[in-house]
Structures are given as C-alpha cells and as structure tokens.
Design a protein around this ligand. Structure first.
Ligand code: MC0
Length: 141
C-alpha cells in the first residue's frame, strides 16, 4: 500500500523559532515552506538538503489561527509529534483499500497538502493512537 514514510509532523507554537532550533542546533536545512489556509497551518519541511526521494522529511506545523487543528493540539498536548505520514502512488486506490479494511478516513475526498499533494488522514482512534496522513505528492515534489 505504502511507498515510504513521507514525513513526521511536529506541532510547534512558532514556526520561525522552530526553524531556528532545527537548523542552528540540529543542523537540518529548510527544504520548503508554505501556508495552507484550508489546513490552518504555516509549515516548513526540513531535511538534509541532498536527500534521496525516499528519505523522510520532518514537517514543522504552526497554527495559522486559534481554530487550527494545530492550535487545538498545542493547547491539549503542548508541542510535539502530531502526525505520521505515509507516501502513496495512488491515493484513491489506497483510500478504497483502507476503507475496505475498516479504517475510517477523515475526508470523503482527498484535500490539498504540501506542494499541491493530494492528502487524507486516518483518525488516530483507528490507527492505534497515531494521526496517520497519506499523501500522493505531485511528481517532482
Ligand atoms: C487528536 N487525538 C490525537 C491527535 N489529535 N491522537 C493522536 N495524534 C493526534 N494528532 C486524539 C485525542 O487525544 C482524543 O483522544 C481524540 O483524538 C479526539 O481529540 P480532540 O482533541 O477532540 O480533537 P478533534 O477530534 O477535534 O480533532 C482530531 C482530528 C483533527 C484528528 C480529527 O486533528 C484533524 O482533523 N486532523 C487532520 C488535519 C490536520 O491535522 N491538519 C494539520 C496538519 P481521547 O482519548 O482524549 O478522546 S496539515 C498537513 O499535515 C498538510 C499540510 C500536509 O502534510 O500536507
């Protein structure tokens, strides 16, 4: 079903501060940055800078406003790991397979994620307590 771990998402209160920590202290590089209004997030992807297509990235997720799922997560849990994301080649086929196997997805149809990817999420209650995203990236991203 899955190609690889695409990214692990960390909820952070302030994106610039988190980027500073992960680049200056941890030595990662920023690979991509964008705002996703629909998801209520300001996000940055970080990694080694010369990584292979299958190397997982780390996604820093800051809330855009107080209605954001990330704002709710931070209020409840504080900063930390918010999601695990698996990459897929065909999100429609994988969604059908997961539903057939009893995993409920949050959206009836995929929404737009990082770099225009098609994304959906399985509820943590169906996946052993982990918010699981699936993503079909746009070729080249
Ligand atoms: C909530 N729960 C979690 C969780 N969020 N468990 C593990 N990981 C998480 N991230 C658990 C709570 O502890 C609680 O369990 C139960 O689920 C209900 O939680 P809640 O606090 O009432 O939260 P809800 O139900 O309002 O929202 C949870 C839900 C939401 C997963 C539906 O966060 C959501 O819609 N997420 C998908 C969208 C998203 O996360 N977007 C931001 C990333 P108990 O046992 O206490 O009942 S955007 C992104 O990722 C894009 C840009 C991309 O990568 O392309």
């Amino acid at each position: 079903l899955f190609i690889c771990i695409d990214h692990v998402g960390l909820a952070v209160p302030d994106l610039d501060e988190a980027i500073k920590f992960h680049t200056e202290v941890m030595g990662w590089r920023v690979l991509h940055r964008e705002t996703n209004e629909e998801q209520g997030v300001e996000e940055a992807m970080i990694g080694t800078g010369d990584q292979l297509a299958e190397n997982a990235q780390i996604q820093l997720l800051a809330p855009l406003n107080e209605n954001s799922t990330i704002a709710k997560f931070l209020a409840k849990n504080g900063p930390g790991m918010q999601q695990l994301c698996y990459r897929v080649a065909d999100i429609d086929a994988v969604s059908a397979k997961l539903r057939e196997r009893g995993v409920r997805l949050l959206y009836p149809e995929p929404k737009t994620g990082t770099g225009g990817a098609r994304i959906n999420f399985a509820h943590p209650k169906d996946t052993g307590g982990v918010l699981l995203e699936i993503t079909q990236p746009v070729a080249g991203h």
